[in-house]
Design a protein around this ligand. Structure first.
Ligand code: PMP
Length: 442
């Protein structure tokens, strides 16, 4: 059986999401990772779209060692630290105009949670306490803590917790590729964006605080990208009703799509940005909320931001984050993600021509996905019982490739897989990846 631990491994005290046990990771380098049995696999999903600059980067490890010799932890209420200061300065320089304040956290859920809480505290501070609803999309994934879960559109994940939280209003994600109407893609983009306005009016504009979306979707939708017309219309609607626009860039940010932010493909100007995953790139847990002074200052003036995490902005994680950023800049990894991403996309489109059960190839840079379908005309999903999303992962692993898969349409039906290798991947390694993928699909 693929993707299983070696025989004879003793019972474990660890547990994760499922009963299944996985092989032990033994070591990793570049795009490859070896398991306990000596099997070498291509990390075709960079973990969970995390290890963007590849495994075992010696310069990042060296920077971390240098920081370890100085100080690994200094509590932020007692000390500030140089790596955090410097990383905040560098990040602010990569953000849209005016996004000049950085609040560090240790992961994606924490980054999203921070955006929700800063938004709410800002509204209270500026005399708009009636605003508390955060509209999001269905399907979507924004994290596992209860606040982030309240804006997550994925029934299987949210259902058990509904009595414990206030689930927030949702609009349909812009699945324009599924529509069989006479509209152009641009018209469909506007149609989906206008659903936000309808929802705001139905909820009562004075009660709506924010709208949260991934500019390029992640695991829940399989790199879902809206028609270009969607993005400016969403901004317009948010402005019209005084609603904050939050971009969850946990998966699409930190360069994976070929620009530092996914929203940069459309020059989006969100009010808050959540980042994580590729920020620490697997070297340290690290995330950030990016905000403009105009939102932060009123909160600080009104008594402070009532929110924080113990490990936030620790010197070791920030030193790792700085070295990761150096790698992205010094080796033009954004350029490589674009170039190699285009190549991989063409290859995936070639596979879609060959295999009629691939209905859509989408994404940008190296955040790419393909969706399985039963019928090209209707775009009907494959029968759920086929478990295509799980089978493709297992077979690919057996053949030496890790890919990431999920159910597509709200977690209830449809299957897709993401191919998101590290941004250091070469054209030769893309060919190796596609070869394994092709034999897996065959
Ligand atoms: N938002 C998005 C878009 C994500 O993809 C994820 C993680 N898959 C999260 C939030 C939550 O991040 P974490 O698991 O680091 O808490």
């Amino acid at each position: 059986m693929p993707n299983q631990p070696a025989a004879g491994r003793p019972a474990s005290h660890l547990f994760y999401q499922s009963r299944l046990r996985r092989p032990l990771a033994s070591h990793a380098e570049g795009i490859y990772i070896w398991d306990e049995t000596g099997r070498k696999v291509i990390d075709g999903s960079s973990g969970a779209m995390v290890v963007n600059i590849g495994h075992g980067n010696p310069r990042v490890l060296e920077a971390m060692k240098r920081q370890m010799d100085k100080v690994t932890f200094a509590y932020r209420l007692h000390f500030e630290n140089e790596p955090a200061e410097e990383l905040a300065r560098r990040l602010a320089g990569l953000m849209p105009e005016g996004m000049d304040k950085v609040f560090f956290v240790s992961g994606g859920s924490e980054a999203v949670e921070s955006c929700l809480k800063l938004a709410r505290q800002w509204a209270v501070a500026v005399g708009q306490a009636s605003r508390y609803k955060v509209i999001s999309r269905f399907p979507s994934y924004h994290g596992s803590t209860l606040g982030a879960l309240a804006v997550t559109g994925y029934d299987a994940l949210t259902a058990p917790f509904l009595p414990m939280m206030q689930a927030m209003p949702k609009i349909k994600a812009p699945t324009a590729y599924l529509d069989r109407d006479n509209l152009s893609m641009e018209e469909r983009g506007l149609k989906y964006a206008d659903m936000l306005e309808e929802k705001v009016l139905a909820e009562g504009p004075e009660s709506v605080l924010a709208f949260i979306m991934e500019p390029i979707g992640g695991a829940s939708t399989g790199a879902l990208t809206a028609p270009d017309s969607y993005y400016p219309r969403i901004r317009e609607i948010c402005d019209r009703y005084g609603i904050l626009l939050i971009h969850d860039e946990v998966m699409s940010g930190a360069g994976r799509t070929g620009k530092y932010l996914g929203g940069d493909h459309w020059n989006c100007n969100p009010d808050l940005i959540a980042l994580s995953k590729g920020l620490g790139a697997g070297y340290c847990p690290l995330g950030a909320m990016i905000a403009p002074s105009r939102l932060v200052q009123p909160v600080l003036d009104a008594g402070g931001f009532a929110h924080g995490y113990t490990y936030a902005g620790n010197p070791l994680a920030c030193a790792a984050g700085l070295a990761v950023l150096d790698e992205i800049e010094n080796h033009d990894l954004l350029g490589n993600a674009t170039r190699v991403g285009n190549l991989l996309r063409q290859e995936l489109e070639g596979l879609a021509e060959r295999f009629p059960f691939i209905g859509d190839v989408r994404g940008k840079g190296l955040l790419l996905a393909a969706e399985f379908i039963a019928d090209r005309e209707t775009m009907a999903p494959l029968p759920k019982e086929m478990n295509a999303y799980q089978r493709v992962v297992d077979i690919a692993y057996e053949r030496g490739l890790i890919i990431y898969s999920r159910r597509t349409r709200g977690g209830t039906e449809g299957d897709h897989f993401l191919v998101c290798p590290p941004m250091i991947i070469t054209p030769e390694e893309i060919a190796e990846t596609v070869g394994i993928l092709e034999s897996t699909l065959a």
